[in-house]
Design a binder for this molecule. Structure first.
Ligand code: AMP
Ligand code: GLY
Length: 424
């Protein structure tokens, strides 16, 4: 089978790596890919948001499946454009991708489906939002409604901080148009986990959970990032909790989306808080998480391509997914300065030695080849250095042994990925 994978980050390197292991695969293109992906697939210079360009390429090459990594092309209607062109596509329609594109839409669907989550209210008027915040008190959460690159959320410890967030998002428009409407939510307390379910519109198949580390600093401090490291499985996410999440969050959401005439096909990513009162929904995403996808692919034993095809063809009720009992951890290496301003073009060495570490796997996120062939950093998050092992501790040791083999003065990483599970 011929596959076109869309995206160029660590998630897509991990997906390309897993797809490469499929006996069903004959040819794999990745648009636009990166330097690591280029070692295992054919990279094509089409941007991940160039919907027309992607559809034209997939049609010309008669690909059997388009796999969409990031959310942006989905919210732009790539899956719909593929359907119109007679191409099979793994990823939801633009209408179903609103589960990620609009937080208010997610709250409406979740409320209609009876999904347990935070108490919430939406505002287009800053004065009304301030009044509500004063009435509810702190801690309280303020969110820009639209996509704000993961940065439109303020978990405010005080009423003053929450009111400042309202001013910044709605009046100063620090996230642009995404701040026209805000949500104000109850602050949920507990451990946060990312859970992934494969969906074919009717059937949802549990995949696995992972714990991400969104803050840039050790001990989960400092500004939010796209994710500085992840591990799977999180010990706090027991089989009982997974069953509850499937029964109360994933399946009711899938049914509600179908009832609305916008069935969800793709991977549903539930951001959950494990509270004392049980698992609660924080948000949905309509794609694999990054870096979570990297540890999921390290643990997946089933044929990924067969699974994605079953999701596209509505055959998940006859499919089972097998997972390794081993643990996996990924440590993100980022350019110094990330998530603020950072330099591009610094040279990275030592990846051959890192890849030799038993149990290690290197995924590229933001890399390219310079003209002289050297590997250079081109993004904020640059490498995902992953390890697997019989225990989380062994996975961590493999990942950090590989990190220590990387020679990249322009980069940094957190040294404490997995601390919540390992310090117990
Ligand atoms: P989101 O962009 O919705 O994923 O939010 C970013 C981060 O803010 C989440 O990963 C949580 O850590 C935190 N967060 C969002 N909503 C809540 C909430 N209602 N209660 C506590 N923390 C939250
Ligand atoms: N790592 C979180 C995300 O992909 O949204």
């Amino acid at each position: 089978m011929k596959v076109l994978l869309v995206g160029g980050g660590g998630r897509e390197h991990a997906l390309a790596w897993a797809l490469s292991g499929s006996g069903l695969l004959s040819r794999l293109w990745v648009a636009p890919g990166n330097a690591g992906i280029a070692e295992i697939a054919e990279c094509v210079a089409i941007g991940a948001e160039d919907v027309a360009g992607l559809v034209a390429f997939a049609t010309a090459q008669a690909v059997d499946l388009v796999v969409v990594g990031p959310e942006a092309p989905l919210t732009l209607g790539l899956a719909d454009a593929c359907a119109a062109a007679g191409l099979r596509c793994f990823g939801p329609s633009a209408a179903a991708a609103r589960l990620e594109g609009s937080k208010a839409f997610t709250r409406e669907v979740a409320t209609a489906a009876g999904v347990p989550g935070a108490e919430w209210a939406r505002f287009t008027d800053p004065a009304a939002a301030r009044a509500y915040i004063r009435e509810k008190g702190a801690p309280i959460v303020v969110k820009a409604d639209g996509l704000a690159a993961g940065k439109g959320v303020v978990v405010a410890a005080s009423v003053e901080e929450a009111e400042r967030a309202v001013a910044e998002i709605m009046e100063d428009r620090v996230h642009g148009a995404a701040g026209a409407e805000i949500l104000v939510e109850e602050c949920l307390v507990g451990q946060e986990v990312s859970f992934f379910a494969l969906c074919d519109g009717t059937t949802a198949l549990p995949m696995a959970a992972a714990q991400d580390h969104k803050r840039v600093g050790e001990g989960d401090t400092g500004p939010n990032t796209g994710g500085m490291g992840a591990y799977s499985p999180p010990p706090a996410f027991t089989p009982e909790i997974e069953a509850e999440v499937m029964a109360r969050i994933i399946r009711p959401t899938l049914a509600e989306m179908t009832r609305r005439g916008t069935p969800f096909c793709g991977v549903l990513f539930a951001g959950l808080m494990l509270t004392d009162g049980g698992p609660r929904l924080i948000e949905f995403n309509v794609r694999f998480g990054d870096p979570e996808c990297q540890v999921l692919m390290m643990r997946l034993q089933s044929d990924l391509l067969a699974a994605l095809l079953a999701a596209c063809d509505g055959e998940l009720d006859r499919f089972t997914l097998r997972w390794s009992r081993e643990a996996a951890m990924v440590v993100v290496m980022a350019a110094r300065g990330y998530p603020g301003a950072y330099a591009k073009g610094s040279v990275i060495e030592g990846l051959e030695a890192a890849a030799q570490v038993p149990g290690a796997q290197i995924f590229h996120a933001g890399t390219a080849r310079a003209e002289d062939g050297s590997l250079i950093a081109t993004g904020g998050r640059v490498l995902g250095v992953a390890g697997s092992g019989a225990s989380l501790r062994a996975a961590r040791d493999a990942a950090y042994a590989a990190v220590d083999a990387v020679r990249w003065p322009g980069g940094f990483c957190r040294r404490d990925i997995g601390w919540r599970a390992l310090d117990r």
